[in-house]
Design a protein around this ligand. Structure first.
Ligand SMILES: Nc1ncnc2c1ncn2[C@@H]1O[C@H](COP(=O)(O)OP(=O)(O)O)[C@@H](O)[C@H]1O
Ligand SMILES: [Mg+2]
Length: 305
């Protein structure tokens, strides 16, 4: 494995709404790399600290990026590392920025023939956003373009709830978009170095895979492999890989798809810095493929550019 003699930093925490999740990811990765004998330090990029100074103070030569959300997953930290000459795990600047932005991602998916739910941008200056969606069929998913962890996402079944859902989404990063709700199942595909590692179907006990179901509840069910006919799963994984390639991703990533009752898969987004605690989806997928957690962390480290 490369970087055996380098000074590695697991970069975690950060300034985004997903700070706590990132600290958990970082602690897991740090422990795994320490156990494998790497010269590794954890860096908590906390509010009020300077990231370039933290990296310099620790004489960091490689960054294992365990940040989630903005800034960190969006190309900014990738850009800083590039400027400092420090290889960083995960996708590069452009792919990270495109993947973090759901509007930009959807435009790329559409131009590459990657299926994604029908959508409409709700411009910030539009006087009556509810009227602008009058012809958009229910149920409608309202979400902020640049968030993660289901923060600010609402599923609207009654037009009377639209104004509140839009107001909620507007509190977060980026413009707001409306999307056709895809009734059916939800599948996450693990991709490592341009190849599909496997997939997991998630069945939340909540109305959708919201923040609660992702991090707080113990009754979310994970099916490995997904309970889908083999041909449907093969198509879903092909769409996931096409989405990863369309955005120009490298290293690891975890596209998020919905599959309707007819077996049609739609890519919601590509997560370029997926959760990596020992019980997160990506390690679950790797384990099913016969790759243990520490090996996955090492493989991701080896993909640093
Ligand atoms: N078009 C959709 N159809 C059905 N469910 C959706 C749709 N969009 C989002 N959801 C639900 O909301 C969750 C979060 O939405 P997602 O677009 O993946 O944003 P995030 O970046 O917050 O994960 C999804 O995991 C899914 O459960
Ligand atoms: Mg998602």
């Amino acid at each position: 494995m490369p970087f055996k003699t380098h000074r590695i930093a697991v970069l975690m925490g950060g300034l985004s709404a997903e700070r706590e999740v990132s600290l958990n990811t970082g602690a897991g990765v740090l422990g795994a790399l320490q156990a494998r004998g790497y010269d590794v330090v954890g860096i908590d990029w906390a509010p009020g600290t300077s990231l370039p100074r933290l990296l310099e103070a620790e004489h960091v030569e490689v960054v294992w990026n365990a940040l989630h959300g903005t800034p960190g997953e969006d190309g900014s930290v990738q850009g800083l590392c590039a400027c400092m000459g420090i290889p960083c795990t995960g996708s590069g600047i452009l792919a990270s920025a495109l993947a973090m932005d759901k509007v930009a991602s959807k435009r790329i998916f559409e131009s590459h023939g990657v299926p994604t739910p029908a959508w409409r941008l709700i411009e910030a200056d539009v006087a009556d956003p509810v009227a602008a969606l009058a012809d958009f069929p229910l149920p409608i998913v309202i979400k902020p373009s640049n968030e993660g962890s289901s923060v600010g996402v609402s599923i609207v079944e009654d037009r009377a709830q639209l104004a509140d859902a839009i107001a909620l989404a507007r509190r977060y990063h980026g413009p707001v978009l409306a999307e056709t709700f895809i009734a059916g199942t939800e599948v996450f595909v693990g991709i490592l170095d341009g190849a599909v590692l496997g997939s997991v179907e998630v069945r939340p006990s909540t109305k959708f895979y919201d923040y609660e179901a992702k991090y707080k509840r113990t009754d979310t069910r994970y099916l490995l492999p997904p309970e889908l006919p083999a041909d449907v799963l093969a198509r879903v994984e092909a769409h996931a890989l096409a989405a990863y390639r369309a955005l120009g991703c490298t290293g690891h990533a975890r596209p998020d798809l919905r599959i309707d009752a007819a077996g049609n898969g739609y890519v919601l987004e590509v997560n370029t810095l997926p959760g990596m605690t020992a019980t997160s989806l990506m390690p679950k997928i790797a384990a099913k493929a016969g790759m243990d957690y520490a090996t996955l962390c090492e493989r991701i480290l080896a993909s640093a550019r």
